[in-house]
Design a protein around this ligand. Structure first.
Ligand SMILES: *[C@@H]1O[C@H](CO)[C@@H](O)[C@H](O)[C@H]1NC(C)=O
Ligand SMILES: *[C@@H]1O[C@H](CO)[C@@H](O)[C@H](O)[C@H]1NC(C)=O
Length: 525
C-alpha cells in the first residue's frame, strides 16, 4: 500500500481510498448532498461529479442494499470526454514507445499493490467471492504485463529495392480514439483487456464500465493516473443505451471493443460498423465439456464442479454443459455429491465457494430456465432454487443446480443460463458428442476429458470452437495469444489481446522511400 499512498497524496481531496474505517469506496465530492456515494466521471484527468438528472442505483447483490449511485452521463459530458481523448491523442501518439511502456510498468506494480482493494470493490458490487475477485484482477493484470512488452508487436516490415531505386517500409501507427464497453461479470479483467493495449500502442481511450459495477474501473483509472498517464489519455463515462449509441455513432471514435450479451453485441457491431468503425464483439457462449469414460475420474469431477459453478456460473467461459459419453454417465451421482458440498455465501464471507447472482432479475431468469427443464421432461438432480443464506436472506442466491436427461431441443440447453447450473446430456459415442457441440450456435470454448491422446486429437481437430481444452475445463489463453471465440460467440475480424488486439487498434501505413540525386524522398504509396 505504501507506494499508492505516496502517489495518491497529492490528490487526496479527489479520491478517498476505501478502508474499513472509511467506507467511501468511490471518489466522492465534498459537495454531494446525498449520503449514498456517487460515482464520478473521469474526464481530462479529473474525477468530476455528473450534472445528470438520471442516476442508477448500485446494489450489493448479497443484500440488495443500495451502496452507490452512478450517473447516466449527459450528452455534453460524453462530448467532453471524447474531446479530451481527441486533444490528448497527437502528443500521446508522439510520446516514445519506451516512455509509454514505462507508465505501464509502473501500472502493473500499482495494480499488484492494490489487488486486494480492487477485489474488495468487485465483491461488494458484483457479488463474487474474494478469491474469484482476486482472480478477476489477476487475469487483467496479465494483459497489463503483456502491454509492457508490446514493442516487438509494433514492428513494421521493410522490403529493400522493390524497384531499382525504391525501398518499401510499413509502419504500425495508432488509430486514434478507441472505446470500450464492458459487462458486469468481470469488472477488472475485461476493462484491462481493453484500454492498456490500446493506450500503450499510442491510442487514447474512452471507457464505459458496466453501470452495475463501476468501482473497480474507477480505481484502475486512478492507479493509471498515478502511474503517469497524461490527462485526457483515458476518460470514463457512465450510462446505458444512450452512452452505447453515442459510442457507436461518434465520428471521432475509430474502434470499439465490446464484451457482453449477444443482443447488445450484434447491435453494437452493426451500428458501429455502419459508421465505419472497427468493432470486435465477444458475446454469449454455451461451453460444452465432453467426458469420456477413460478420463481420470477424480480430476475430471473436480474440474467440472469448479468450472460449472465457480463465479456462480456468471462467466462466458463457464463450462455450463456436460456431455457424458458411454459409461461416464455412471459418475453422475458422484458429481451431484461434490456439487452439494459447495458453500454458498456472501462473497466476502470466509469459506464461500460461490456468491449471489448480480440482480433479482438475473436470479428469476435462472430459476425460470430451471423450471423450463422440469416442464420439458428433464430431471433436476440438484436444485438450488430454494436456497436460503443465513444473514443474507435478501441476496440473489441460487445454489448449485444439476439438470440431467437434457435434450438439445430443450430451452435450458438452448439458452445461455449464466448461473450456477450444469446441464447434462448423454451420448453413446464421441462422434455424437462432437455433432451436438458443432450444431450449437455458440463457439466460445470447449473441453474434452480423456486420457487417450488419439481421442483428444480427434476432438480438437473436429470440433468447431475457438478455444479447446484437453483436461483443462476453461481454456482461456494467456495474453500473448488471442482470445478466439467463433461462430455466434464473436463478431469482428480481430480478436481480443495477443497480436490480433494490436491489429485492432493499429493502422498500417506504407511509404516508399525513393533515392534520387536529391537525396531521400518519402512518397506515400
Ligand atoms: C467467451 O468467454 C469470455 C470469458 O468469460 C467472455 O468474455 C467472452 O465474451 C465470451 N465470448 C467470446 C466470443 O469470446
Ligand atoms: C424434443 O424433441 C422430441 C423428439 O422429437 C419431442 O418429443 C419433444 O417434444 C421435443 N421437446 C421440445 C421441448 O421441443
Amino acid at each position: 500500500m505504501a507506494a499508492l499512498v505516496l502517489a495518491a497524496a497529492g490528490r487526496a481531496r479527489i479520491l478517498q481510498l476505501a478502508s474499513k474505517a472509511n467506507p467511501t469506496w468511490y471518489p466522492v465530492s465534498s459537495f454531494s448532498s446525498s449520503s449514498v456515494p456517487t460515482v464520478k466521471l473521469f474526464i481530462d484527468g479529473k474525477f468530476v461529479e455528473s450534472r445528470s438528472d438520471k442516476w442508477i442505483d448500485i446494489h450489493n447483490p448479497a443484500t440488495n442494499e443500495v451502496i452507490g449511485r452512478v450517473p447516466q452521463s449527459t450528452k455534453a459530458e460524453m462530448d467532453a470526454a471524447v474531446a479530451a481523448c481527441k486533444r490528448s491523442f497527437p502528443t500521446w501518439a508522439d510520446t516514445s514507445i519506451l516512455s509509454r511502456q514505462q507508465i505501464f510498468l509502473r501500472y502493473q506494480q500499482l495494480i499488484k499493490e492494490n489487488l486486494k482493494e480492487i477485489a474488495r470493490l468487485i465483491t461488494l458490487e458484483q457479488g463474487k467471492t474474494l478469491a474469484d475477485a482476486e482472480g478477476d484482477v489477476f487475469r487483467g493484470l496479465q494483459v497489463v504485463e503483456h502491454a509492457c512488452s508490446v514493442t516487438s508487436l509494433m514492428l513494421g516490415e521493410t522490403m529493400p529495392s522493390i524497384t531499382k531505386d525504391m525501398d518499401l517500409y510499413s509502419y504500425r501507427l495508432p488509430l486514434g480514439v478507441c472505446a470500450g464497453i464492458a459487462p458486469f461479470n468481470f469488472p477488472a479483467m475485461i476493462p484491462l483487456w481493453m484500454f492498456p493495449m490500446a493506450m500503450v500502442c499510442g491510442n487514447t481511450f474512452l471507457m464505459k464500465p458496466s453501470e452495475r459495477v463501476p468501482g473497480a474501473t474507477m480505481l484502475l483509472a486512478k492507479l493509471l493516473q498515478d502511474s503517469g498517464a497524461p490527462d485526457g489519455t483515458l476518460n470514463i463515462i457512465h450510462g446505458q443505451h444512450e452512452a452505447v449509441n453515442f459510442i457507436c455513432d461518434h465520428p471521432d471514435i475509430k474502434a470499439i471493443s465490446f464484451v457482453g450479451s449477444n443482443q447488445a453485441g450484434e447491435y453494437i457491431f452493426e451500428r458501429g460498423s455502419r459508421h465505419g468503425k472497427r468493432v470486435q464483439a465477444n458475446m454469449g457462449a454455451k461451453n460444452h465439456g465432453v467426458i469420456m469414460p477413460d478420463a481420470n475420474k477424480e480430476n475430471t469431477l473436480n474440474q467440472l464442479v469448479g468450472a460449472a459453478f465457480g463465479a456462480a456460473g456468471q462467466r462466458c467461459m463457464a463450462l455450463s454443459t456436460a456431455i457424458l459419453v458411454g459409461e461416464a454417465k455412471k459418475w453422475l451421482p458422484e458429481l451431484v455429491e461434490r456439487a452439494k458440498k459447495l458453500r454458498v455465501n456472501a462473497g466476502d464471507q470466509p469459506g464461500a465457494d460461490l456468491g449471489p447472482l448480480i440482480t433479482p432479475q438475473a436470479k428469476e431468469r435462472v430459476c425460470n430456465l430451471i423450471d423450463s427443464g422440469t416442464k420439458e421432461g428433464a430431471s433436476i438432480l440438484l436444485d438450488g432454487r430454494k436456497i436460503k443464506v443465513k444473514g443474507y436472506e435478501n441476496g440473489n442466491f441460487v445454489g448449485p443446480t444439476i439438470i440431467s436427461n437434457v435434450k438439445p431441443n430443450m430451452t435450458c440447453y438452448k439458452e445461455e443460463i449464466f448461473g450456477p447450473v450444469l446441464v447434462v446430456l448423454e451420448t453413446e459415442t464421441l462422434d455424437e458428442a462432437i455433432k451436438i457441440v458443432n450444431d450449437n450456435p455458440y463457439g466460445n470454448g470447449t473441453a474434452i476429458f480423456t486420457t487417450n491422446g488419439a481421442t483428444a486429437r480427434k476432438y480438437s481437430h473436429l470440433v468447431d470452437v475457438g478455444q479447446v481444452g484437453v483436461n483443462v475445463p476453461i481454456p482461456v489463453p494467456l495474453p500473448m495469444f488471442s482470445f478466439t471465440g467463433s461462430r455466434s460467440s464473436f463478431r469482428g475480424d480481430t480478436n481480443f489481446y495477443g497480436k490480433q488486439q494490436v491489429t485492432h487498434i493499429i493502422k498500417q501505413e506504407q511509404h516508399g522511400i525513393l533515392s534520387s540525386s536529391n537525396g531521400l524522398h518519402h512518397s506515400p504509396n
